[in-house]
Design a binder for this molecule. Structure first.
Ligand code: ZN
Length: 221
């Protein structure tokens, strides 16, 4: 804990003065460009990966970068998505999985989660990806987990479309969805290409978009 307290002191002494103008501006409000949904994993730092400054990313993090489908009892993820899309008007949503994900490993390896009933229930939101992963019959654990990470991002891209505010913004062409997988060991990022229906290198395909060109319509008849 002392590390954290020392970190705050260092922030106030060094980092804050360097960005004093930015923080003065941000004190009056925020205008983030994107909603970034990532795993809680300590190795995944959205602002570091994207080199964004404070005020640029609106972030949701949870175990497995999961988006429960919209339902009669919306929870924290649903409320935060709604706020980002409706109140803040973000133009992009990124759902970002990552290599060596503990949540996806638990699903892919059928781990015993009896001691963590909340985790077991939560990971049920990845059941569509689990079914696809299971059907592949991966014989190598590494490949199975890696596929699960990618399939889960695709499943959560489907789930987020069930949220009315997201469906509406997509239909009006004012929102784009992006599915990324960040590789911790190499720093590389794969991006889901919704038209090609496969992951491509974000570095080689900077315009890869999960919602694809089919969603880029203006809603007019
Ligand atoms: Zn994870």
């Amino acid at each position: 804990m002392q590390d954290l307290v020392d970190g705050v002191k260092k922030f106030q002494r060094d980092a804050f003065p360097e960005r004093s103008a930015l923080f003065r501006r941000l004190a009056a409000g925020q205008n983030p460009q994107a909603l970034f949904i990532a795993c809680s994993d300590s190795r995944v730092v959205p602002e570091l990966i994207t080199q964004c400054e404070p005020g640029e990313l609106f972030v949701i993090r949870n175990a497995g970068n999961i988006v429960p489908p919209y339902g009669p009892e919306p929870g924290g993820v649903s409320a935060t998505i709604e706020y980002a899309v409706v109140a803040l008007g973000v133009s992009d949503v990124v759902i970002c999985g990552h290599s060596d994900c503990g949540a996806m490993t638990a699903i892919a390896t059928d781990a015993d989660l009896s001691a963590m009933p909340a985790v077991r229930r939560w990971l049920g939101y990845a059941d569509a990806a689990k079914a696809i992963n299971r059907a592949h019959g991966h014989t190598c654990v590494h490949n199975g987990v890696n596929a699960m990470v990618h399939d889960n991002v695709i499943a959560q891209l489907v789930n987020i479309r069930t949220h009315p505010c997201v469906a509406l913004a997509l239909s009006q062409g004012r929102l784009s969805l992006h599915g990324w997988v960040y590789d911790i060991g190499s720093g590389k990022v794969g991006a889901y290409d919704g038209d090609a229906r496969r992951f491509v290198s974000l570095a080689d395909h900077p315009h890869a978009c999960a919602s694809g060109s089919a969603d880029a319509r203006d809603g007019s008849p």
